[in-house]
Each structure stands twice: as structure tokens, then as C-alpha cells.
Design a binder for this molecule. Structure first.
Ligand SMILES: [Zn+2]
Length: 262
């Protein structure tokens, strides 16, 4: 191979057999560093189901259903033990004593499982399901969260599950926002205490939440970190929680801090 040299030659060195040996030794190191990235397994349809999968079972108790529903989501762990370890949902089952809607439940869970196994981003399922409204009206969950339908509650469960395995991340609440909510809760507590003293009633400030307009279900489980809000609170359109109170003439959410007055 001929190379034309335009510039003045100021110095030179000869490639010795030792240099060649060094050169030969070098490439052996590089592929080792690249190996893990080349081996990453992504989720796709042809991944075989392992004999054993780990998962979680969630209980849904809806006033629309006589019996509880049990939702099981099993996960597969890809690239276990490497820096690319990833836990993804693999299949979903729903079980209940109530078999009225059996065919639709089977259809829904089979399609959801197929979507899980297809790979790619599966978080869109959450938004699709949470946007389903029951024409007969939804119901209130303990803790004051409104569920527009049973399908929406399923969506909320899938969301919780994907959060727990790290596929969905909560938008980080800033310290300032957290402080603001704490401040508003404290201010509201102060205000209620004053009112209670004036009227002489020993009002229970944050009583147990109630399922609106429904007989109290005996075995309801209060979810969330003890989030119970005043019974007079109205629904927040931002977080769907019955936690909006009027403070200083301004509607304020004690759950997410949303305020009409900014
Ligand atoms: Zn809110």
C-alpha cells in the first residue's frame, strides 16, 4: 500500500515484532467488555415460559360485585444477575367465586397476557383501562379514591404492580410540594379544631373513610398510607381522590396539593 507524504518527515519509528505482539494482544480485551451488552435478552413472543414464575395476587372488593376478585400477575426476570436484569409482567389471571362475567374476564386476561409477552412498552394498558367508565356509575374505594369501573380498578392494580417492579416511575414529588401539602393538612386540622371548640362537638377529625351511598362492606381493606380525608371532602379532578376541602375560600386537595387558587 503506497501512501503519499505531503509534509516534511520529522521523525520515524520502525514497527518491531514486539509492537506487533502487543497489537495482537489488545483486541482480546475489548470483546470481553462488550459481551454483556451483546447478550441482553429483550422480551419477545418466543421466550419460553419458565417452569416457575414469581408474582403477586391482589384482591379487589367492589360494591358492584358480591364476591371479591383475585388478580394474579406473574413476572419473568430477564438477564438475571446482570446489570441488565429486568422484571417484566408475563401473565395475568383473575379468579372469583362470581362466574357471571367469566367469558369476558378470560378474554381480557388472555389478551393482556399476550400483550405482556409481545414485549415493548406495556404501560399503555394502564391508561387504556383506567379510562373505562361503567355506564351504571363507578364506586368509591376506601381512602376516598373514585373508581369509574371495575376495569379501571384492574388498570390501577396493573399500574401498582408495574410501579412495584420498576416499570412505571411515579413523577417525583418535589420537597417543596410535599411541604406544601403537609402545611395545608396542618392548617386544615387547626381550622377544624377551632370550629370544633366553637361548636362544642368533639368531631372526629379524620374518621375512617366510607364507601359512598353503599352499605359498609365488612372486610374492606384500607389501602394507601392511612390516607383518610374529612367526610365533607369532595372529589379532586386531578388525583380522583375525595380530598378537596375549602380553605380560606379556596378549594384545596389534601391529597395531591392541587388548589384552584394556584
Ligand atoms: Zn388531588
Amino acid at each position: 500500500m503506497a501512501v503519499k507524504i505531503d509534509k516534511k518527515i520529522k521523525g520515524y519509528s520502525v514497527v518491531t515484532p514486539e509492537d506487533k505482539a502487543k497489537e495482537a494482544a489488545r483486541p482480546a480485551v475489548a470483546p470481553v467488555a462488550e459481551l454483556p451488552t451483546a447478550d441482553v435478552i429483550q422480551m419477545h413472543e418466543r421466550i419460553e415460559r419458565p417452569e416457575i414464575l414469581v408474582g403477586s395476587t391482589y384482591k379487589i372488593k367492589s360494591p358492584l360485585f358480591e364476591h371479591a376478585l383475585y388478580v394474579t400477575i406473574n413476572d419473568i426476570v430477564l438477564n438475571a444477575g446482570t446489570e441488565h436484569e429486568l422484571r417484566r409482567p408475563f401473565e395475568i389471571f383473575i379468579n372469583s367465586k362470581n362466574m357471571d362475567h367469566f367469558q369476558w374476564i378470560v378474554a381480557l386476561t388472555r389478551i393482556m397476557s399476550a400483550v405482556f409477552r409481545k414485549g415493548g412498552d406495556v404501560t399503555f394498558l394502564v391508561d387504556e383501562m383506567k379510562a373505562v367508565f361503567d355506564p351504571r356509575g363507578g364506586y368509591w374505594k376506601p381512602g376516598g379514591v373514585y373508581m369509574p369501573s371495575l376495569v379501571a380498578e384492574l388498570g390501577a392494580i396493573v399500574e401498582d404492580h408495574l410501579k412495584s417492579i420498576g416499570l412505571i416511575h411515579d413523577p417525583e414529588m418535589s420537597d417543596a410540594q410535599r411541604a406544601l401539602i403537609a402545611e395545608k393538612r396542618a392548617a386544615y386540622a387547626q381550622l377544624s379544631k377551632k370550629n370544633a371548640e366553637v361548636s362544642g362537638s368533639s368531631a372526629d377529625l379524620f374518621p375512617e373513610p366510607r364507601v359512598a351511598d353503599e352499605p359498609r362492606v365488612e372486610d374492606v381493606e384500607v389501602t394507601g398510607e392511612g390516607a383518610a380525608f374529612p367526610p365533607s371532602a369532595t372529589m379532586c379532578h386531578k388525583c380522583s381522590t375525595k380530598a378537596v376541602v375549602i380553605m380560606d375560600g379556596c378549594a384545596t386537595c389534601l391529597n395531591c396539593g392541587y388548589s384552584k387558587c394556584g
